[in-house]
Design a protein around this ligand. Structure first.
Ligand code: SF4
Length: 324
């Protein structure tokens, strides 16, 4: 990347909140705990969080990320990622005699509980989510015969439901609020009696980061979202900005930035997905403002986040744990 910052760049708006959420922090701290207390390699089922920089850094320190439980030696330890796993994966792990450390975000665990609850009531569960996403695979595994995946209002029209009066709806935690509203409307229309969880499934971090990107999008000529392409909430942030008419790019770090994107950009907005470390934002701001007359402003859209999740309870009982 050369010739940065461009002569016409005057302002960088930083969305707040951005970056790490409580579930991501907890998942990373869990792997760090394992790296301190257990022999390496430390095995993690699936990427602990969807961020290339986080994954590479943990790999470098002795973590091995696997996509199959079979890859882990019998009698070893497995950490489940923040996205959660299906009961089938837990069974596979137990069958191999693995000790489980569960770093599933508590807000994903809540959705799993809801799936089991609605399935016990004999309801058909409409899961609003993206096919193939790790979280969706895990949630579907909780009630395979009961769940139907929907991601657009048209899916709601088409979905096959044996008893329309016995329907429930749950959602992936990292969806776009605006898009989901259209689908919920279609569900209310076709299934007016559909049961819903007492508390929204789209999590506080997703909601707040989308509000924050909206707060800067209308004043920015371009939005950069720091995050990896397989990060659902990061992709939603770029989509939310684009839906407001502001061009947006999702990049892993500032080195992926194409300088032509900045042509004519006077005000640049920057945010980061819930799995993207803050140092990527700091580096981007540094590179984009270096030597230029660029004003940096942080725009707070919501109150300071104070959510914190403690480490998985099994660590307290771990034989070598100082907390045990
Ligand atoms: S984005 Fe939400 S559900 Fe996902 S890890 Fe963070 S807090 Fe948990």
């Amino acid at each position: 990347m050369e010739a940065l910052p461009p002569a016409h760049l005057r302002r960088i708006l930083l969305a707040r909140p951005r970056g790490f959420c409580a579930g991501v922090k907890r998942a990373i701290e869990t792997v760090e705990w394992a790296l301190r207390h257990l022999p390496t390699p430390v095995y993690v089922y699936h990427e602990i969080v969807h961020n290339t920089h986080v994954v590479r850094s943990l790999e470098h320190r002795g973590t091995r990320f696997v996509e199959e439980i079979e890859e882990i030696p019998d009698g070893g330890v497995v950490i489940f990622s923040a996205h959660g796993v299906s009961p089938q994966i837990r069974l596979q792990a137990s069958a191999k005699g693995l000790r489980i450390i569960d770093a599933t975000c508590p807000l994903v665990t809540k959705v799993h509980r809801e799936a089991r609850h609605f399935a016990r009531q004999g309801r058909t569960i409409l899961l609003v989510g993206h096919r193939g996403h790790q979280e969706v695979i895990g949630t579907m595994g909780e009630a395979p015969g009961h769940i139907r995946l929907v991601i657009a209002p048209e899916d709601v029209q088409r979905v096959d439901v044996p008893d329309p009066s016995k329907v429930a709806v749950i959602t992936q935690t990292t969806l776009s609020l605006d898009e989901t509203e259209g689908i919920m409307e279609a569900i209310r229309e076709r299934f007016p009696k559909a049961a819903q969880p007492a508390k929204e499934d789209i999590c506080y971090a997703t909601t707040n980061r989308q509000k924050a990107v909206k707060a800067i999008a209308s004043s920015a000529d371009l939005i950069l979202v720091l995050g990896s392409r397989n990060s659902s909430n990061s992709r939603r942030l770029a989509e939310v900005a684009r839906a407001l008419g502001t061009p947006a790019h999702l990049i892993d770090d500032v080195h992926e930035l194409d300088p032509t994107w900045l042509d004519g950009v006077k005000t640049l907005g920057i945010t980061a997905g819930a799995s993207a470390p803050e140092h990527l934002v700091t580096e981007a701001v540094e590179v984009l403002s270096r030597g230029g007359d660029v004003k940096i402003e942080e725009v707070a859209a919501v109150k300071e986040e104070r959510v914190h999740f403690g480490l998985p309870s099994e660590l307290k009982r771990w034989p070598s744990s100082p907390d045990g």
